[in-house]
Design a binder for this molecule. Structure first.
Ligand code: DAU
Length: 352
């Protein structure tokens, strides 16, 4: 069993931050989203992993992950020249995959409980495809599956206007080599992409067996600012209660306050993740706040936010529901209402 992790794509919904930070490297709970995905793959016992990268953001991802040794993985990088769709990403991975069975994991998806249960389900009956489904409130944002009375997958539609069920396709799939034949027999969708949803539908049309597994735990698809803040909240919250049980396969969210943090006259409301080298004075931090390495907060309150490495917040301001890139400066000269920020690295904001 090999794995591919899809990290190409443009991350347009997360601009401006994605101008300098690929979305897969945005930290939640002070760890890059992608590192949780890799931990889950390692936990499931897979070693050979192909990371699909785009020409523009691929360099940063390579720099951050290296050869994968820190997770006990052997990582290969596969460049997808254009974001031609999820099935296109499989196509460009053909040489890496050979005829292996493989796990396909979207690098921006976080799944409670990891992928080991999915792989166990696949090993038990070895179908041609296995999809992970989750009931959601608004299925129109996702690929959607229709099941028959016996729970078998009968039809899949990508982002339907009128969904026939509330079961969304989660971004983790398992395939045998048969999916390559299916991909060779589909064309681009209305959005101009080779869709994995269409490839799975093609597998069904070819008489192959596709089974589903329903995820009962949480699923975070980190496509927007609110999604990232929710992921931060969920990961910090689960770790604080019972890391091993609640975040099985995601064991390493870094909660709490690092040993060398300098704290003076501060209120800290759990859950938080405060990395080494932070300096906190006359401030209130939390709940649901992640501060990266060397963040300074003086005289301010920060709640439900991610402040990345080296950022400074000074003066009487309440920063809430915010994501602020590395090395940014927020200075409040007088009291103002709460601010909600979404800033790229090296930004500067002066208030009042
Ligand atoms: O998150 C689950 C959903 O992911 C599924 O329900 C949908 O059926 C599936 O099509 C996909 O939909 P999205 O529109 O959310 O996919 P997105 O474009 O956000 O890409 C998902 C990941 O795959 C992301 O990490 C970027 C990467 N990617 C995307 C494309 C289009 C690639 O590596 N190459 C690509 O060509």
């Amino acid at each position: 069993m090999k794995a591919i992790v899809l990290c190409a794509g443009k991350g347009t919904r997360l601009r401006p931050l994605t101008y300098s930070t690929p979305k897969h490297l945005i930290p939640v709970g002070n760890r890059e989203i992608l590192s949780y995905v890799l931990m889950q793959i390692a936990d499931a016992g897979i070693r050979d992993v192909g990371i699909i990268i785009s020409p523009d953001s691929g360099g940063r991802i390579r720099e951050c992950l290296g050869d994968g040794e820190q997770w006990g993985l052997s990582i290969s990088y596969i460049v997808q020249e254009v974001p031609g769709g999820l099935a296109h990403a499989v196509k460009v991975s053909r040489e890496f995959l050979g005829d292996s069975d493989f796990l396909m994991f979207l690098g921006d998806n976080l799944i409670e409980g990891g992928v080991a249960p999915l792989l166990a389900g696949f090993a038990a009956s070895r179908p041609h495809g296995l999809v992970l489904l989750r009931a959601v409130a608004d299925p129109r944002r996702f690929g959607v599956a229709e099941l028959d009375a016996q729970g078998r997958v009968v039809r899949l539609v990508e982002k339907p206007r009128e969904p026939k069920s509330n079961l969304a396709l989660v971004g983790a799939y398992v395939f045998t080599r048969d999916v390559h034949d299916a991909i060779d027999n589909i064309g681009p969708s209305w959005r101009g992409e080779l869709e994995i949803t269409d490839a799975i539908q093609k597998l069904l049309d070819m008489g192959k067996i596709v089974v589903s597994h329903e995820l009962k735990g949480w699923w975070l698809d980190t496509g927007t600012k609110d999604d990232i803040l929710e992921a931060n909240r969920v990961l910090l919250g689960s770790s604080a209660t019972d890391q091993r049980v609640a975040v099985a396969g995601l064991a390493a969210c870094q909660t709490g306050v690092a040993a060398d943090v300098s704290v003076e006259s501060c209120e800290i409301v759990d859950p938080v993740s405060i990395a080494r080298g932070c300096v906190l004075r006359d401030c209130c931090i939390g709940p649901n706040v992640s501060l990266g390495v060397g963040v300074t907060v003086e005289g301010a309150s920060v709640t439900n936010s991610i402040l990345m490495e080296g950022t400074q917040v000074t003066g009487p301001v309440v920063v809430e529901d915010s994501i602020v890139g590395s090395r940014s400066r927020i200075v409040a000269h007088g009291r103002s209402g709460p601010v909600k920020l979404f800033l790229d690295n090296d930004s500067s904001v002066e208030l009042g």
